[in-house]
Design a protein around this ligand. Structure first.
Ligand code: PBG
Length: 326
């Protein structure tokens, strides 16, 4: 006696025929780090295989990803100078704004550019909002996030991704963008963003380690799932077009529930620490990097993600092309 599962495992063609989860490079977003300067291509020690570009060289990074089949990008900026109010975020000549112009000049509508809208990379204290009485002040931060989003759109971004977890961000940005006539620009909101230890390598890469305290007063508690789903629904009510669950692998239950409960596309952000774990374990010879990468990406889509944001974007696109995945 053999089971149906066994019968359907017979050979590779059949195994591929009956796959439930299909992956495509079209559903993958590649994060890029841009710092100020010219001719910079810095290998990131904390994110092996990732590069910090300057606005002129980022075009090379985009080209390499396009060659692999990736067309959507999420841009993060690292300014030279930071201040209390994070002015670099909404400077029309800021590092992300410059990069947007360069990339759009080179590739136009062949690329889809999404920008991280947050102050933490630009503030001297490393928090995502303005500080008042040693606390992050929600409401006075909102106009600055609106300014940042508008300035990104004017420089060429196609979609904004507010990631600071300030309450009312999506409503404020939507209202601001509409007032400026940017009614067609979508918002991909980091709606369920957990206070996570897995952001460590990113904070090192982006120089955004909080100088005091932590982000637990505005990011979510990892014990809570229903709260996360409520937060997702609030963002959708405020106008989010796509929602993000972040990190991905320790939060697949949230991805899965969100997929069932809401009707907008669900993105999952496979964050820096999750990437670093695979890279480091592989470099120690403990696991096979390629297989672990494929397995974890498939698990995120299997859980119900429509979109995956990952530092493995190029490698995954190639694995899909090769037929190892998807
Ligand atoms: C905030 C932001 C963070 C990440 C993306 N956007 C960091 C944070 O909240 O500290 C983390 C991404 C990653 O770890 O890969 N601007």
């Amino acid at each position: 006696m053999i089971t149906r599962t066994r019968r359907l495992r017979k050979n590779e063609t059949l195994r591929r025929l009956v796959r439930e989860t299909r992956l495509s490079p079209d559903s993958i977003i590649y994060p890029l780090f841009i710092r100020e300067g010219m001719g910079v291509e810095e290998a990131l020690q904390s994110l092996l295989g990732q590069i910090r570009y300057s606005p002129d060289t980022v075009v090379k990074g985009v080209e390499a990803a396009l060659d692999a089949g990736i067309r959507s990008f999420l841009l993060f900026g690292i300014p030279n100078t930071k201040d209390e109010a994070g002015t670099g975020a909404y400077d029309d000549n800021g590092v992300v704004q410059q990069a947007l112009r360069e990339i759009k000049a080179a590739f136009g509508s062949d690329v889809y550019l999404i920008t991280d809208v947050c102050l933490c990379e630009y503030t001297s204290h490393g928090h995502c909002g303005l500080i008042k009485d040693e606390k992050v002040h929600n409401d006075s931060t909102l106009p600055l996030l609106v300014k940042t989003a508008i300035s990104h759109i004017q420089a060429g971004c196609d979609m904004v991704a507010p990631s600071g977890m300030m309450d009312g961000t999506v409503a404020s940005i939507r209202e601001g963008m509409d007032a400026w006539g940017f009614v067609e620009t979508p918002i991909m909101s980091y709606a369920a963003k957990f206070a996570s230890a897995f952001y460590g390598p990113f904070r090192d890469a982006a120089g955004s380690v909080p100088q005091f305290g932590d982000r637990k007063t505005y990011q979510m508690d990892y014990h809570n799932a229903r709260e996360a789903l409520n937060r997702i629904k609030v963002d959708i009510d405020e106008g989010a077009d796509i929602i993000i669950v972040k990190p991905a692998l320790s939060y697949l239950d949230i991805v899965s529930e969100a997929q069932k409960q809401v009707s907008v596309p669900v993105a999952a952000y496979n964050v820096s620490g999750e990437y670093a774990m695979i890279k480091t374990a592989a470099s120690l010879g403990l696991i096979d990097e390629y297989s672990a990468m494929c397995e974890s990406a498939a698990s995120i889509f299997r859980a119900g993600a429509d979109i995956l944001i990952t530092y493995f974007a190029k490698e995954l696109a190639m694995a899909i092309k090769r037929g190892d995945l998807g």
